[in-house]
Design a protein around this ligand. Structure first.
Ligand code: PEP
Length: 266
């Protein structure tokens, strides 16, 4: 982590897993395990159908926030199957994952559409977790910085710098998602530093230092420490390993220990 202190965030993306009952059980266990730790920002992102039971199970707890996995930019209307920012706010959702590579690949989401959602999320006081990342072919062809730089620039065009205090970016190389193949700490750091530099150019150095950049892609308890130790890696967006309380907690614990070490050396 950098000399500029950014609190780690560990966010769990459950994808299309867990019904409302399973989600409630998970949160009840997680709340006990988390206790009163507050130095790591913990976010769980269940499917829409479990948002309410998760929010209810978290009532009164200040140590875990709720995120959605997607939203539609329109406030209401004839958009079958979609959910608006206002509907999410109504369920006490505070984060929303936008531009996940599965949305881009399977549902044809474009940078333009993702930007509309980013702007609407911010207007509604939802904190976006904007995902960017290259495919293996793009990396092998040496195009990863162009691809990821473009996704960032387009996804955040028109955003006001004053809205970026709680903005979260997630670098998720597509070749590492759900594959068991993780980016090396050096590959992650290289891309995170690139993203931070681009944020400084697009907005300001101050904004670039404040935005949390999470790593995502087969992050697990046994590989996150080296990733989280990188200067520009501010936590993780975790898929598979967020589905069990034990493995999710272990990842949170790594972030907690690194935070303690950082303060011990100040
Ligand atoms: C994700 O899809 O956001 C993700 C990081 O998944 P996994 O950890 O399973 O690779």
């Amino acid at each position: 982590m950098s000399s500029y202190h950014r609190k780690y965030i560990v966010a769990g993306n459950w994808k299309m897993n867990k019904n409302a009952v399973e989600a409630k059980q998970f949160i009840e266990e997680l709340v006990v395990e988390l206790g009163t730790q507050s130095d790591v920002g913990v976010v769980v992102c269940p499917p829409f159908t479990a948002l309410e039971s998760v929010a209810r199970a978290l009532e009164g707890s200040h140590y875990c926030a709720v995120g959605a996995q997607n939203m539609h930019p329109e406030p209401s209307g004839a958009y079958t199957g979609e959910v608006s920012a206002e509907m999410l706010r109504h369920l006490f959702v505070s984060y929303v994952i936008l531009g996940h590579s599965e949305r881009r690949a399977y549902f044809g989401e474009t940078d333009d559409f993702i930007r509309q959602k980013v702007l609407v999320a911010l207007e509604n006081n939802l904190k976006p977790i904007l995902c960017v990342g290259e495919t293996l072919e793009q990396r092998d062809a040496g195009h990863m910085f162009d691809v990821v730089g473009h996704q960032l620039r387009e996804g955040m065009r028109g955003v006001d710098a004053s809205q970026l205090e709680s903005f979260v970016l997630a670098y998720e190389p597509v070749w590492a998602i759900g594959t068991g193949r993780t980016a090396t700490p050096e590959q992650a750091q290289e891309m995170h530093a690139f993203l931070r530099k681009q944020l400084a150019g697009q907005f300001s150095e101050d904004v670039a230092q404040k935005v949390r950049i999470l790593y995502g892609g087969s992050a697990k308890p046994d590989n996150v420490e080296q990733l989280f130790r990188q200067e520009d890696v501010d936590g993780g967006l975790v898929g598979g390993a967020s589905l069990e309380v034990r493995s999710f907690m272990k990842i949170i614990e790594v972030a907690h220990q690194l935070t303690e070490q950082e303060f011990a050396t100040v």
